[in-house]
Design a protein around this ligand. Sequence first.
Ligand code: SF4
Length: 284
Amino acid sequence: MTGRPLITKAKNTWCPGCGNFTIQHTLKNVLAEMEQEGQSLDNVVLVSGIGCHAKIADYLNINSFYSIHGRTIPVATGIKLANPGLTVICCAGDGDCYAEGLDHLLFAAKRNIDITVIVHDNRVYGLTTGQYTPTSPRGFKGKSTPLGTEETPLNPIELMLAGGATYVARGYSKKMDLLRAQIRESIAHKGFAFIDVLQICATFFPAADYYSPRVYEMTGHDRTNFEAACAKAREWDYTSDAPIALGTFYQKASPVFGEGKMAAWKPGAVERERAVQDLLRKRT
Ligand code: SF4
């Protein structure tokens, strides 16, 4: 099917001003470009988790799997391994993927699963009305932390670099051109591609006044240099007033999970071989 309307007729319930809109429209534009270039969108699967972001699976008219909290990545991994010909894109939330699903995120990076993960990092649990998440800034006041959180936020860029991700980027929901380029690159990248998108939550963490004066697009950064990527990742700690680098921190080519010996594996083949050997042994 080509030329389909890429936005469904489902009623959109995101709050006015939510950064999810720009992420959705950017992804939609990338999908439209892919289709215009001759790629069939029938070979694209979107997996979302649970949270405000996850409704994107209702709003984009492509194959999708609305999974459960924290499990976007294992679902996406299963889809990719079952049918390696598919382009698999995960949209996950920060609560979804840096809290309950953190182990899955790390192991997908470590294994270099060939999927794209776009994290709608609004740094708050929006759907459940404003609790702190692993990336909320120190001092964040929300429903569960009325006096301000005392925790230091995770730095997902550092985490993914340490975990072995082969494409690591940071976007911003108010920089659609950059995000478009990042999503295109991440889909084209062979291996585990990760984009942490600083996303405005208009209702519970309206941080545009904080982000907009601080963000800058990296120029002259060598994305093949791991040490330089780590240094850039540490420039901002998700709480301070330091400049916030946007762009691609790191990219490298590396063997992809499932394309080595596993590519020749057929379910049951090992068991069948063992049964044949047992039979032959009994006969001799
Ligand atoms: Fe967007 Fe926040 Fe509203 Fe959720 S609560 S739809 S993240 S603005």
